[in-house]
Design a protein around this ligand. Sequence first.
Ligand code: FAD
Ligand code: A2P
Length: 369
Amino acid sequence: MYSQSTVIVGGLAHIPVVIGIFSFIQKFFSKRASSFPQDIEPKKSPVKPVEQKSIPKPTPDAKAVSNTVIKKKHADVPVNIYRPKTPYEGTVIENYSLLKEGAIGRVNHITFDLKDSDPFLNYVEGQSIGIMPAGEDANGKPHKLRLYSIASTRHGDDFNGNTVSLCVRQLQYEKDGETINGVCSTYLCDIKPGDKVKITGPVGKEMLLPDEEDANIVMLATGTGIAPMRAYLRRMFEPTEKEKNKWNFKGKAWLFMGAPKSANLLYEEDLQRYLSDYPDNFKYTKAISREQQNTKGGRMYIQDRVLESANELFNMIENEKTHIYLCGLKGMEPGIDEAMTNAAEEKGLNWSELRPQLKKAGRWHVETY
Ligand code: FAD
Ligand code: A2P
């Protein structure tokens, strides 16, 4: 017979064993959970390309928790594989104009080969890369890098997973009667296939897509702000890309696109193809500022289109699965804010309260420049 104290001491002595078993089980399962297969195996990267894990549905009392989860979830997105001191020298594969006859300015689609990068320069949709233009500034120092949103999916335009593409507008403005050309954007629009370009990054976690296949994605873009949106839309609707990524998008994608003229609309043929292939999943609203007028007789901007669609848009925003992405001219932010304020009012909502909530829940994504 055991005395009562022997039983208690014996029981206590087993506690470390029980804890050990539990901790082994926990480690085993967490290891399995973090080893999801990826749709592209990087050849040499220490940082794996990421298939993002899902955000738990944000319920009101779980907001603080879901914010922590969002931060953790993005921890494995690749960043700064290449830095300015040791950039990767990528080779230009192609560089062509995206504009039609009669367009304003210069906007090019440029693709770089990444296959010789070691470690491998991998990235996910919504990130940016840095470009270090050749030459020196007025002080004889090497030019600083400029950031550009990535316009391709992680699989690249040729679906082989070893290229990155950009959508670049040449900056041009008049000063004292002289035309000034932006350093890096001119360098990029002028480079030729075969040229070597110093690339850094990738960077950015603001514009990542959610993992859920039934998420709704509202995109507000002006000009080259379409770059990340092009990557999202390819991920959603481009047949070979879909085969590769196994992401069966089932939600609604709504692109508001601002361009000065019809001839300036970017990637238009692809967007029209997605519209005819996925009429239930893709909506495309254009604001062509110098060809269309808003109700006040001014230039038609995307915020005017947002106002026109206030009801439908806010019905979508009320759904927790809806994310909003804003990319392009910094100058559009106040206009979009005003439009959202008015649009929200029509639904009896307060945008100045709603926007921080959306931001906190990781559903309001802004990258303007
Ligand atoms: P610079 O030679 O650096 O000249 C720019 C400077 O010129 C400005 O700082 C300002 O001082 C001056 N300036 C500009 N306009 C005027 C004016 N009207 N009057 C007087 N002075 C003026 N660009 C793209 O084309 N595509 C993209 O996808 C893209 N993505 C970006 C993503 C992020 C996250 C950021 C931050 C920026 C992005 N940009 C993008 C902008 C890009 O980084 C460069 O800023 C842009 O190409 C201009 O660089 P540049 O070297 O040609 O101009
Ligand atoms: P506009 O230049 O006619 O005033 P791009 O980069 O190709 O020039 O396209 C940018 C688009 O965004 C243009 O149609 C431009 O119109 C428009 N735009 C300019 N300023 C704003 C603003 N504050 N808000 C929204 N759209 C703007």
